[in-house]
Design a protein around this ligand. Structure first.
Ligand SMILES: [Fe+2]
Length: 422
C-alpha cells in the first residue's frame, strides 16, 4: 500500500458534506496532507453524531447495532491501539479501562466487553468520550508532525486503515441509530431536514455483460482493504444486467402478488426467517391506514415508488429475483459490469446484494497480528454486497469494494439489481 501524498488521497478520505477547503501550505508535504485528511474524517464522525442527544447516543437496539457513543469511542480506541501505542514514544493512554470497553472483536488485542451489552455502558458519558477523542486527536497530529521520513510510511499505512475504518463506522452510526429509532412508537427523525438522494430515473433497461475472462479485485490506484485482493481472473457467462436498481414500485408489485406468502419463492432458511420475524414488507415499513410509510433518517415518510427498495435481506432479494424470473448477479458479474460502466447507480443509493458468498479470493492471506483480524476471519456464512449507499462517506467505496452481511440482515441500506443470462 503506497503512502499516499496526492490530493486524490485527500479527497478519498474527506467526509460527506465537508465543505471545508483544505489548502495545504506545501501540497507535496505528506504530513500536511495527512493531517488534513485525518481532521476531515474525525470531524465527519462528530458531524454525524451531532444531531443525537446523549440519550440517543447510548441506546443499543440489537446485538448487531452499536450505540453512537460506542462508535465514537471505538474508532478512537482503534487509533490509540494500533497507531499511537506502537508508534508514538511516551504516549499516555487516556484511560486504561477503555481498551476493554471499546475493543470490538480483536482477540489479539485483549479481552473485551460483550457486544450485546454495549448499550448498558452509561459511563464514560458523551463528554468523556469527547475528551477521549480530543486526547487521541492531539496525539495523532503530534505523531504525524514528528515522524521521521523513515517512520512516516508506516504511520501513514496504519493511519489510512484507521481512517477507512472510521468511515465504515460513520455509515454504521447512521444505520444503527435508524434501527434504534425504528423501535420507537413515536418514530423519531435523525434530522428533520434529511433528504433521500434523488431517485434515479426509471431504468428498466438491461445491458449486455460480455462473457469470457475478466479481471476482478483491486488493481487500481489508491487505498483498498485486504479482502479486495488479490486481483484475479474469472470466467463469466454472457449475461444481461439491469442498469437500474429494483424500486419500491416493483417491490409493491411483489408484495401484492403474494411475495411474502408464497413459500416456493423462498430459500428454506429465508422462509424460516420470514415466519420467525413476521416479515411482510421491507424493514422499517409501516402500514398507516392502508398506506405504506417507511421510517427514514428524516422520520416517517410515504414510500416513494421511484426510489430503490432498501432494508431488504438477502433472503428477500433472492425471493424477489426468483419471483421475477431472474437472478442476483454474482460479485464478479457486478464488478465487471461496474468497471465497464454498464450499470447506473452503482454507488450512493443502496448496497446491492450479490449471490456470492463472502470468501477469500485466490491467494488471499490475512496479515499477521491483530489487524489481520479485520476482514479475513469473517469469511464464512455471509454474503457479499457491492456498491455503496447514501450513508457511505463520500469517496469511500469503489468497484472492488466488498461489503458483507449475514443473509437475514436488513438494517443496512441494502437493495438489489437483477441479472439474467443470455
Ligand atoms: Fe471497528
Amino acid at each position: 500500500m503506497p503512502p499516499a501524498t496526492s490530493s486524490a488521497a485527500l479527497r478519498r478520505v474527506r467526509g460527506e458534506g465537508d465543505t471545508e477547503t483544505i489548502r495545504p501550505e506545501a501540497p507535496n508535504d505528506p504530513r500536511i496532507v495527512w493531517r488534513a485528511a485525518f481532521r476531515a474524517v474525525r470531524a465527519e464522525t462528530e458531524r454525524r453524531a451531532a444531531p443525537l442527544r446523549p440519550e440517543d447516543q447510548m441506546v443499543q437496539s440489537m446485538p448487531d447495532a452499536s450505540p453512537t457513543k460506542w462508535h465514537r469511542a471505538h474508532t478512537t480506541w482503534f487509533l490509540e491501539q494500533f497507531l499511537l501505542l506502537p508508534r508514538l514514544a511516551g504516549y499516555r493512554v487516556f484511560d486504561q479501562r477503555f481498551a476493554y470497553l471499546f475493543n470490538s472483536y480483536y482477540v489479539a488485542a485483549g479481552p473485551r466487553h460483550a457486544r450485546p451489552s454495549r448499550g448498558l455502558i452509561t459511563r464514560p458519558d458523551c463528554d468523556e468520550v469527547a475528551a477521549f477523542r480530543a486526547h487521541v486527536d492531539e496525539a495523532v497530529e503530534r505523531l504525524i508532525a514528528g515522524a521521521s521520513d523513515a517512520e512516516l510510511a508506516e504511520v501513514v499505512r496504519i493511519l489510512e486503515i484507521g481512517l477507512n475504518h472510521e468511515q465504515q463506522h460513520q455509515e454504521l452510526l447512521l444505520t444503527d441509530i435508524l434501527h434504534a429509532f425504528a423501535q420507537s412508537p413515536v418514530a423519531p427523525a435523525y434530522r428533520a431536514d434529511w433528504q433521500a438522494p434523488p431517485a434515479p430515473p426509471a431504468a428498466g433497461a438491461f445491458a449486455d455483460l460480455p462473457g469470457g475472462i475478466h479481471t476482478i479485485g483491486f488493481h487500481d490506484q489508491g487505498y483498498c482493504f485486504d479482502n479486495e485482493g488479490p486481483a484475479h481472473q474469472v470466467l463469466l457467462q454472457g449475461a444481461r444486467i439491469a442498469r437500474g436498481l429494483v424500486t419500491n414500485a416493483q417491490w409493491l408489485e411483489f408484495m401484492a402478488d403474494g411475495g411474502y406468502a408464497t413459500p416456493s419463492l423462498w430459500l428454506s432458511d429465508g422462509w424460516g426467517t420470514l415466519e420467525a420475524e413476521g416479515w411482510e414488507a421491507p424493514g422499517y415499513w409501516r402500514d398507516v391506514d392502508g398506506v405504506w410509510f417507511a421510517l427514514t433518517l428524516g422520520g416517517l415518510k410515504p414510500v416513494d415508488p421511484d426510489a430503490p427498495v432498501a432494508h431488504v435481506s438477502y433472503y428477500e432479494a433472492d425471493a424477489f429475483a426468483r419471483w421475477v424470473g431472474k437472478h442476483l448477479p454474482t460479485e464478479a458479474e457486478w464488478e465487471v459490469a461496474a468497471r465497464l460502466n454498464l450499470i447506473d447507480d452503482a454507488f450512493g443509493q443502496v448496497w446491492q446484494w450479490t449471490r456470492s458468498a463472502y470468501l477469500p479470493y485466490p491467494g488471499y492471506r490475512a496479515a499477521d497480528g491483530a489487524l489481520g483480524e479485520y476482514n479475513g476471519k469473517f469469511m464464512i456464512n455471509q454474503m457479499v454486497l457491492r456498491g455503496s449507499s447514501h450513508a457511505t462517506p463520500s469517496g469511500h467505496a469503489r468497484a472492488s469494494y466488498r461489503n458483507f452481511f449475514y443473509p437475514p440482515a436488513r438494517w443496512q441500506f441494502s437493495g438489489l439489481r437483477l441479472l439474467d443470462y443470455v
